[in-house]
Design a protein around this ligand. Structure first.
Ligand SMILES: O=C(NCCCOc1c(-c2ccc(O)c(O)c2)oc2cc(O)cc(O)c2c1=O)[C@@H]1CCCN1C(=O)/C=C/c1ccc(O)c(O)c1
Ligand SMILES: [Ca+2]
Length: 474
């Protein structure tokens, strides 16, 4: 099965990239739980090799399966899982077991473990040369599935998951996290592992720990990172029968449209009809930790108006399992996360307006984004209906009779009286403000007896979106 184990009334995953465990626990209790977020994807928990300038990608070079990273210790991790589960927020661990490190002289890990990387020896597990694809070959041909699975990604020593000993080490690592109360995993570089090996490994995972309020016999939710935009020999469809899969085309198509290359009107049949994975198998996102820094066509926090429109559309639409990126500020690809002079990660500071400081972007705390998480919760179990568009980049649709959203991607005002599906009454536009003390701090939308309303999104307005739902009715 691929069902998530979100607590009822919670939906939407947020990737708290590079956050420390105690800060995540605080965020679950003070913000994510109350706002109805479903879960957090955390950075890798396994010990990684220390690379000089501390680039973000050092955490994707494991040196052992011990839970010591710059995000915290095993006890801090377990405490975070307990506190987040108690706040109704699930934890999904980013796990890296396609490979270990590349070659590093005098390699040392974030938990003090050393390794002889040139000799393919990792005593912290232990792994030796026999546990790897050896002698190494380089991945240099994405049209050859064996090359992509059995060779080294940028020189990272490639484990052989067909070996029972390797499988056992991986399964034990994952099951320890299940015992600690996690709800599932994001499997890094799944494209670089054989589907049969992954299926075998996942079949050996325990059921989720009932002490953490999971239904009995609940299975871990697995998301496999398969970077497939089409055009390579390996397909996302090789992986979605035994786990969910990242749908990279999702963010690419929405970014492409909002960047002006393809009118929004075409999204009337957004979903499988576009060649995307089946909805229940798809983990969807606008940007991720890699594409936000490596792909100029993908919208990120740096294009904030278009980005909020993209994320609002994702959260308003029922297709797939939505994941919101929460970033640190960066201006180069390799940039390290916010850290002090001796390499300790900095905690996000929370400003009086609830935004973050200390180099953290906290997209998930932007009103236009957290309010769309609430929209997604208010609209759960409904479909897209009553689609409207102007033939170009102005669209609107309902979710059952629970919610209504309008988006203006054109270079002129949207001014229309539209059918909004929701009960007649007065609603707050949750993009421009909140419903507080039974008043709207932003725009007010009056829905008449015919369930129609005058909808206006001027071109020069701060946001290109208007959204109302039954949870924001005055
Ligand atoms: O130029 C780079 N890499 C060469 C391009 C291949 O990119 C990588 C891909 C990759 C990229 C595109 C694909 O279609 C694909 O199948 C794989 O997946 C990785 C996964 C890892 O766990 C660790 C890595 O170092 C990589 C990686 O280098 C820079 C310098 C080293 C890290 N890195 C990077 O660019 C790091 C990227 C990275 C790191 C972690 C990820 O989870 C990820 O998705 C990408
Ligand atoms: Ca591999």
């Amino acid at each position: 099965q691929k069902e998530l184990h979100y607590v009822p009334g919670h939906d939407g995953m947020v990737h708290l990239f590079e956050w420390k465990w105690h800060d995540i626990a605080d965020e679950c209790e003070r913000f994510l739980g109350p706002m109805g977020f479903g879960g957090v994807q955390v950075s890798p928990i396994q010990e990684n090799v220390i690379v000089g300038s501390r680039p973000w990608w050092e955490r994707y070079q494991p040196i052992s399966y011990k839970w010591y990273t710059r995000s915290g210790t095993p006890d801090e991790f377990r405490e975070m899982v307990r506190r987040c589960n108690n706040a109704g927020v699930r934890i999904y661990v980013d796990v890296v077991f396609n490979h270990m490190t590349g070659d590093h002289d005098n390699a040392k890990g974030t938990g003090g473990t050393t390794a002889d990387t040139h000799g393919f020896s990792y005593p912290g597990v232990p792994y030796s040369q026999y546990d790897f694809h050896y002698p190494p070959c380089a991945i240099n041909n994405y049209q050859d599935p064996a090359n992509v699975r059995n060779c080294e990604l940028v020189g990272l020593h490639d484990l052989d998951q067909s070996k029972e000993y390797v499988r056992e080490k991986i399964v034990n690592f994952l099951n320890e996290a299940v015992d600690a109360g996690v709800a599932g995993f994001r499997v890094d570089a799944a494209k670089h592992m054989w589907p049969e090996d992954l299926k075998t490994i996942f079949s050996r995972l325990k059921n989720l720990n009932p002490e953490h309020h999971f239904p009995s016999d609940a299975r871990p939710y697995i998301v496999q990172e398969v970077i497939d935009y089409g055009g390579e020999a390996i397909s996302k469809y090789e992986y979605n029968s035994f786990g969910a899969v990242t749908e990279f085309r999702y963010g690419m198509e929405i970014s492409n449209s909002l960047n002006g290359n393809n009118p929004l009107k075409w999204f009337v049949n957004w979903g499988e009809a576009w060649g995307l994975l089946p909805s229940q198998d798809a983990l969807v996102f606008i940007d991720n930790h890699d594409t936000q820094r490596g792909n100029p066509n993908i919208l990120t926090y740096k294009s904030s108006k278009l980005y909020k429109m993209a994320v609002a559309f994702m959260l308003a639409h029922p297709y797939g399992t939505a994941r919101i990126m929460s970033s640190f500020k960066f201006d180069t690809f390799d940039a390290n996360p916010p850290q002090d002079s001796v390499g300790n990660l900095l905690s996000p500071t929370i400003n009086p307006d609830d935004t973050c400081g200390n180099g953290w972007v906290c997209e998930h705390r932007w009103r236009q984004i957290y309010n769309m998480v609430r929209f997604r919760n208010a609209a759960n179990n409904t479909d897209v209906n009553n689609w409207w568009d102007n033939g170009q980049n102005q669209i609107a649709f309902c979710r059952g009779n629970a919610g209504f959203i309008a988006i203006n991607g054109d270079k002129y005002d949207l001014k229309q009286t539209l059918f909004t599906c929701v009960e007649p009454g007065t609603y707050c536009d949750v993009i421009s403000g909140n419903l507080e003390n039974n008043k709207c701090t932003g725009k007010v939308v009056t829905v008449d007896q015919d369930r129609k309303a005058y909808i206006e999104i001027p071109l020069n307005q701060e946001d290109g979106v208007l959204a109302i739902h039954r949870g924001a009715k005055v």
